[in-house]
Ligand binder design. Sequence first.
Ligand code: HEM
Length: 519
Amino acid sequence: MTGSLLSLPYLFVIPSLTFCITVAYYLYQHTSPLPYPPGPKARNFLTGNWGQFPAGEKVYLKYIEWGRQYGSDLIHMEAFGQHYVVINSFKAANEILEKRALISSSRPFTLMDEFGGWGNVLGLLPYADRWRNFRKLFHQNFRPNGAIKFRPVQLEKIHRFLRDLLGPYDGFMDCVVTMSESIAFATMYGYDITSHQDHLPRSARQALGVVEQGMLPGFDAYIHLPFLRYLPSWFPGGGFKTLAKGSRTCIEEIKEVPSGKYSLVGELLHTNNGEINAFPDKVDIVKNMGVTTILASSDTTSSQIGTFILAMALYPDVQRKAQRELDQVIGTNRLPSFEDRPSLPYIEAVYHEVMRWIPVIPFGLPHNTTEPDVYDGYYIPKGTSLFANIWAMNHDENVYEDPDKFIPERHLGPNGTAVTGGINSILTYGFGRRVCVGRHVADATVWMTIACLLTVYDIFQTKDRDGKEIELDVNDCYHFGAFVFPKSFPCKISPRSESAERMIRDTSTIEYEGLRVGN
Ligand code: HEM
């Protein structure tokens, strides 16, 4: 029986028929007399723009170029009946993703996500009740008041990072990644990561690597085709199942990390918390919150911190000015505390500029429409994947003069003391109802790392044997994919003084209060 079902005619005829019916159905969807937004002309009727989606590094630049060429804030492309719209301007993103959030807050959920074990990761869930419950749990724990409980662990790990930077280390980004991952594992599970090479963080990065391509417009198009689920992994088109299986294993493994009593997952699972008991599938949802946090927080946070280090190496005047502010406000005998933040407007401006200059997810995560929409006379069908071109918005010359330059002053008000716009003005955290739910934790980690590093370290470009500065080019310092991730570019990070070095070493004796790590 099995043999006859898998015989060759079935393998070809059934998929081909399903394929044609699916494509015909998708094509039939264009019921509006209005045109789609402009974009490159599709090559053919069936596969649409498949093969024309920009690939390689910095694909967001191509969409900026097309935006100018077509004179539109929106660029439309389509493949196998799946529609994609890239939004190049803040005005359009604000209108479509914020004001019309009711119909623009879902996610494309592909077979890769389903087979890869991403079905319970908040960031990929479609806009429905499960997402609402899940987001509520996140919100309760990650909103500004909730996020305060993570601060002792954040401080402890940032201080350990300062000690790690005394050396020896291979590349400074290894220390950054270890710090970021250790905050996530310690707060969620009470589990101590001492190196980014540990097995669990490596698993997390492996799972992320599998979905990274799908975060660029067009790359997931074929994986929407329902018949692919029936193909064996060895069959052309079914290969995604092998990749997906690897990702599922990693996700399941992280989900089952034993949680210590003083971790968030442990606390929610083991205490009789009224609010959390109200969730029908408490255990599952709490465990998935842990996994989601591990996957969503590490690379994002460490990329922005790497960007800060690059900015300081390239802009020594900014560094000196920021250090002057720190020296004046907190002196040179102690490390910054979270309470110092309102008194340090220039450090705040540096943080805002870090988040603007090189956004870690330049296209954010795709938002899918759940109803047809019209913007500026263009038709956007139901089910379209909307990509906010955050890079384009953060580098819009009409808003930011010399957008490629790192200029913290652009965030300061006229008297130079107040920063314009709070966390909600940082587009790098995304839009509307899907805006980054962990942003208050990320904000605290990135800000505190900036303040601590500048208090005790100087960051320089390195010199060659002849004493000449090795020039850094931003273009060489990153992997510019769906995630923009810094490489360990050459730079020197050394204590500002002997007393600064003592302060760094003395952090090993600090007792951190509040949420503890371990059992
Ligand atoms: C600097 C660090 C971070 C950046 C730049 C960042 C950025 C983003 C962006 C762009 C999105 C997609 C927003 C959208 O769809 O419009 C997102 C979603 C998300 N982020 Fe972050 N993130 C950071 C850190 C974190 C941390 C520390 C957590 C920890 C919990 C986190 C958890 C999430 C989750 C769960 C989502 C999915 C939200 C949803 O789909 O409802 N992120 N983030």
